[in-house]
Design a binder for this molecule. Sequence first.
Ligand code: FAD
Length: 324
Amino acid sequence: MSKKVLAIVETKDNKLRNVSLEVLTAANRITDRQEVVTVAFGDDMEKHMEELGKYGASEIYTVTNEELDVYTTDAYFQALCQVIEEIKPDVILMPHTAIGKDLSPRIASFFSLGLVSDVIDVQKEGEDITFTRPIYAGKALERRKFVEGIQFATIRPNNIIPLQNEGSIKKVDFKVEVNNLRTVIKEVIRKTSEGVDLTEAKVVIAGGRGLKSPEGFKLLQNLADVLGGAIGASRGACDAEYCDYSLQIGQTGKVVTPDLYIACGISGAIQHLAGMSNSKIIVAINKDPEAPIFDIADYGIVGDLFDVVPMLTEEFKKITIAAV
Ligand code: FAD
C-alpha cells in the first residue's frame, strides 16, 4: 500500500533551501508522487509552488498566521501539530536544520513517535523504509527501520541528490490557531553575512587557531569568493575570538558535508572531525606534518597557510577566468 508522506520544507531569504528538495526527493523514493504532501510556514509559498511541483510535491499546504512570520518554537510547533492531525501522514520527513532539530523532538514526543534524526540516506526495500545515519561522530553508519507508528526522520543537508519528478501541484490554504505563545521575537539581528549557507555549501573553507587573528579570515574569504564557498571555523578559532560561533563546525557546532572542505590551520581534533569528516574531498593546509587532520585528508599541503592560501586563490582565479 502506498504511504502518505508529509515532506516539510524550509525557505531562507525567500528562496527554497536546497535541503527542501532533498527532503522531497527522499519522499519520492518511498512513495508515489501523488502521496507526497508538503508544508511550509512563514513565507509566501505561492512563488515556490512551481519548484516544489518539479521536485515531486503533489499538494502544498500553505499555512498562514501572522505569528508564523518569524520562527518561534511555540508557534511552529502548534501549527505543525495541526497540519499533522489534518494530513494524517504515514511518514514525516523534515530538514535537519536548526528549525528541524528544535521541532522534531517536540513533535515526536507530542505524538509519541519514534524519530530517526540526521539521516543521510533513505531507501525503500519492499514495504520497509530504511533510514541510514552516521553515529559515533561519523565513525560508523547505522540503518534503522520502524516497526510501527508514523515514521519520522530528519534529513541532513547535502547528502541526497535532488531529483526532479515533475507533475501537477495543488494548493490547500490551511488556517491554524496559534495561542499562548511564551516568547515573542521583537527583532532579528543577523550576525553572519549574507551568502552561501554553511550547512548547504558545496565548498567550505575553514580556519583554525593557525589563522592567528580575525584578519586571517579575510584571506579565507578571498578563496571562498573565488570558489563560491562558505567560511567555517574550528572551535579554537571561535574561542580565540577570530570569528563568530555561528561558523563553528564540529561536535558542538554545525555538521557539514560539502564536496570540497579546505581546512586551514586546523589541527584535526576529534571534536572538529565530527562535523566535517563526511565531506567528499578534504584538503588540509598545516605547517605541522604530524597534525592529525592529515590522517583524514585526501590532499595535504604542509606549509604556512599565509603563503599557501593566497597562492591557491590566485591559481583558482586563473582557472575560473579561463572557464568564463
Ligand atoms: P589548534 O589545535 O591549536 O590547532 C591549530 C593548528 O594550526 C595546528 O595544527 C598548527 O600546526 C596549525 N598552524 C599554526 N600556524 C599555522 C600556519 N601559519 N600555517 C599553517 N598551519 C598553522 N572543536 C571544534 O573545532 N568543533 C567543535 O564542535 C568542538 N567541540 C568540542 C566539544 C568539547 C566537549 C570539547 C572538550 C572540545 C571541543 N572542541 C571542538 C575543541 C577541540 O578539542 C580543539 O581544541 C579545537 O578543535 C582546536 O582548534 P584548532 O584546530 O583551530 O586549534
